[in-house]
Design a protein around this ligand. Sequence first.
Ligand code: SAH
Ligand code: SF4
Length: 395
Amino acid sequence: MLTSAATIDAVPAISSPIVPSLVGMTRSEIASALEAADVSPREVRMRAAQIWHWIYHRGVTDFAAMTNIGKPLRAVLEERFSLARPEIVTQQISTDGTRKWLIRLPPRADDTRPHEVEAVYIPEADRGTLCVSSQVGCTLACTFCHTGTQTLVRNLTSAEIVAQLVIARDAIGDWPGMERSKEGLVPDAERAVTNIVFMGMGEPLYNLDGVKAAIEVMSDGEGLSLSRRRITVSTSGVVPEIERLGAESGPMLAISLHATRDDLRNKLVPLNKKYDIKTLLEACRAYPGVSNARRITFEYVMLKGVNDSDAEARELVRLLKGIPAKINLIPFNPWPGTQYECSDWERIEAFSEIVFRAGYASPVRTPRGRDILAACGQLKSATERLRARARLAAE
Ligand code: SAH
Ligand code: SF4
């Protein structure tokens, strides 16, 4: 199933999470956990701050490493909690350094079904971007997106979102004092993961509470320390939640536009029937904090013969007039059974030239990790196909 260019290996879970894991928890969740473990109320704040530092600043996987916490309390922590991360089912590394992890979420009291989500790491010259998932599957069924064909859907908890960053930093060796893994990482940056994009599986604004809490943890200066300006939430256009995202959390915003006319966008992004292009762009104009230094990214997937004409490029530029914007043209990533094809390269260049002449710099997103299908629900489907084949072979 893989091209020879990529490697794949299973990584066993650090430990099985029979007791609750503190990894991924918010500050107040850690404090509540300590209270429940009978840590004295006077101590809870200080202990929670220490544990926070060890988990999110240092990336430790063992309570024994928490040297400023006395042995008796460490023993209590060991008995009641773990520092387990969700299991990595597969890790794939592309020849261009892109990495993709399929992650198995442990069962929870309220949902005992097993679930898998994916995260992708994309190293570039000046940054390393981690693409995280916010839901298992997606209810929105955009016609060009494979995630939208998956029937099983649930929101990830904030802990499950944060765990994707922790897992990525573990796998890359991106914690202080660790030796970094060498393949294709950001050359000179102090850290390997410098940016987060919510562009994996799911619609983040249908899980706004989980996403907000995860951003809170990821951007905390005493822990993972990623500035909100380096965290981007991508939405297909859940208009009422866009304002809330801006007011209550304040990350960068990306909009999956993909069409310049409502009749076409209704087909590609069915949510457009509820919130049309005009309403969506009004919400963008009103997004708190938007300025030339903090532009909104508009994503536009290039679909052959569907949305890729010169006239549509001109219309795109016209529509976005007055909004501090970046335009991101995404070559369509085909998946088995799709009705669409990616636009020809010459077409993408012609389209991008019009956008470029209107003042938007270098708008085509270079396809990354093509040899490992590093986009949009494809690893999960490939793994499912392999399993189906294995089942058939066993029958
Ligand atoms: N649900 C959110 C975020 C996840 S999708 C959203 O729709 O914005 C992240 C981006 O990938 C979106 O712009 C989405 O439209 C795009 N995308 C989905 N399937 C794709 C495919 N097969 N090829 C290229 N881009 C795709
Ligand atoms: Fe969901 Fe985004 Fe895919 Fe649409 S493009 S189905 S909103 S994940």
